[in-house]
Design a protein around this ligand. Structure first.
Ligand SMILES: Nc1ncnc2c1ncn2[C@@H]1O[C@H](COP(=O)(O)OP(=O)(O)OP(=O)(O)O)[C@@H](O)[C@H]1O
Ligand SMILES: [Mg+2]
Length: 222
């Protein structure tokens, strides 16, 4: 079983959106999936409760319960445990990261998100875990263009010591509409840009589940 934690100290950066969509992508690919919602807001659980079709199992509770959740899930033959975290509650988030194979630090490519992204990546590095940055809510006017950030933002992200996933998620209403029905954006608009972004990101995540060991940020190296 592989455990993936989605985290960011910045509220509203897209943790729940990413965690729920990843859990559903894995489930729809035939995997046995548990989503652990350790955010007291319980947004991920709410989203999956709105789902009418079969979906991932859900655990709701604090980070202190994750060890038992993980042990039980392993015993029950789950393929994935995906953890949605709150932006605060650092102790709970650290417990999630500690038992994780892959951390995904999610953030918007905007000036105000940069410092929280860098601090979150530092926390992942301090705990000796690997992972990737995932850009979310990327604004792009061309539906066929690869969503990415501006060169100055990419330069700062490059310094934070976690590699950037090559596929990000653009800003699309489909993410909000699909979530309201507990559906994955790839179910909602499979052939559309949001669905394609999610398919590419999931394929990348599934082939890089051991993460990359965090590198020393260039600013601190030698
Ligand atoms: N790619 C996207 N395109 C459009 N809307 C998005 C996208 N990603 C997230 N959103 C919307 O942005 C808002 C915040 O997203 P989300 O709840 O996933 O963030 P979060 O990091 O989990 O927030 P919190 O810190 O409160 O837990 C939600 O309304 C969500 O529907
Ligand atoms: Mg959330």
């Amino acid at each position: 079983m592989k455990t993936i934690t989605v985290l960011s100290r910045k509220g509203g950066s897209g943790k729940t959106t990413l965690a729920v969509n990843l859990a559903l992508m894995a489930f729809l690919a035939g995997r046995k999936v548990m989503l652990a919602d350790i955010d007291p807001q319980r947004s991920a659980s709410d989203a999956l409760k709105a789902r009418t079709a079969p979906g991932p199992s859900v655990f709701e509770g604090g980070g202190g319960k994750l060890f038992h959740v993980k042990s039980n899930a392993m015993r029950e033959g789950y393929d994935y445990l995906i953890i949605d975290t709150p932006s605060a509650c650092e102790g709970d988030v650290a417990q999630a990261v500690n038992l994780t194979d892959l951390c995904l630090v999610v953030g918007r490519p905007s000036f105000l998100d940069l410092a929280p992204i860098v601090r979150t990546a530092e926390a992942v590095r301090r705990l000796g875990k690997g992972g990737f940055l995932v850009l979310n809510q990327i604004h792009t006017s061309k539906p066929d263009a690869t969503p990415t950030a501006s060169p100055d933002i990419l330069e700062v992200l490059h310094l934070c010591g976690l590699p950037l996933a090559p596929h990000g998620l653009r800003s699309r209403d489909a993410f909000q509409k699909a979530m309201a029905q507990g559906r994955c954006v790839a179910e909602w608009e499979k052939a559309g840009p949001a669905g394609r972004d999610m398919e590419l990101l999931w394929a990348f995540v599934e082939t890089n589940l051991d993460g990359q060991q965090p590198a020393m940020p260039a600013a601190l190296a030698g």
